[in-house]
Design a protein around this ligand. Sequence first.
Ligand code: GLN
Length: 270
Amino acid sequence: MQTAQSLTSMSGLPRLEARMLLEMVLCKPREWLLAHDTDPIAPEAAAQFLTLAAQRRQGTPVAHLVGHREFMGHRLSVSAEVLIPRPETELLVEMALQSLPDGAGLSLLDLGTGSGAVAISVALARPTVRVVATDLSETALALAQKNAQQLEARVQFSQGSWYEALPAEGRFDVIVSNPPYIAHSDPHLSRGDLRFEPVGALTDGADGLSALRHIIAGASQHLIAGGWLWLEHGYAQGEEVAHLLLRAGFNAVQTKQDLAGLPRITGGSL
Ligand code: GLN
């Protein structure tokens, strides 16, 4: 009879990944697994685990196999229709929260919300703020809506391309976005998890800056005076994004580094 221990070593996966798959197959939390490392595992569960392990070895992201990913301490459902939430994007949420005290009458716009990770995290941390989230993809919005319901976050979703998803009137205190910013020619698109993620969430099909340029250019029509815009971007795009913000009339323009020490989030106030 196989055990968690023997299956983990048979799987050929890093221990943490094997554990995540075992947790799902056995419907047990991490603590249980650690304490029952050598308990016998039913043959059907063992077989199911080995099938998932084989898919993982072939590259399928762990988040797709287990169906969820943690972000800001929240469990978000993910699918192949949305970008898998990444740890560096938590910094985008933190900057948004720094620019946004909790207060009725305040509002935040998340452009291209995907799984809803950023909008939902802000809504949960600032329950009285009005949070609006957009996406071009109906399937992404349906998933984001499901995530918001599951986590009891109050977010208003709207379908459309960037600002086109919004009604003409009404301005926001803060706008955030993690748009597709990888250049079309970047070899990373054909490596790792990115091969399994929606291409439209990763690249603009051009130099990687076109969505960022578009969002910056339109921001003044949708922000209040003194409002903040915070953007996630590629590690080599910080200076260009800062420059675009300055040219669009933003003040206090600043770039923040992610956990890997790379320039990742740039913002400014109008
Ligand atoms: N941060 C992602 C990556 O480099 C890209 C996300 C994006 O394009 N917005 O894997």
